[in-house]
Design a protein around this ligand. Sequence first.
Ligand SMILES: [Zn+2]
Length: 156
Amino acid sequence: MSTDKETKIEICCLLENSERCKRVSGNASFNFRVQKLVEQRKLKFSLDQNARHRYICDFHKNIIKKARNKRKRKDSDEENESPEVELSQLQIATLRRYKRYYRIPTRPGMSKSQLIESISKHFKGISVPEKETITYFIYMVKTQRSKFDQHPIDAA
Ligand SMILES: [Zn+2]
């Protein structure tokens, strides 16, 4: 019976700049898929050939996770050019305000989903001058004002 080697705290199996990582390993392992990702991303660490296990520390796990997310995000950006805005996350009062502001023709007594439908059509059609909008937005936040509240378009 000699289990003392297994119960001993294991150290991350990775080499960074040819030096063995000194952090304690967690339950994430350096499998083939991770290894491939590390090579693709040209991350500066590799498996220590002397390591008796393939478990990695949380620090390295997070780096790998980040690298993986980066790739995912880039792929989806290429798929759809405009970012998707979840209008359904907005409150119905907000949607109505949007509708009023842009004078979007709607039938009375529309349900939320119908409202979202006509608003999203309009929303996708508007072009935004990025620089002015951001500048204006920051100004509004700093002064804690809202144009909508100060000049109601129509007080319904
Ligand atoms: Zn490590």
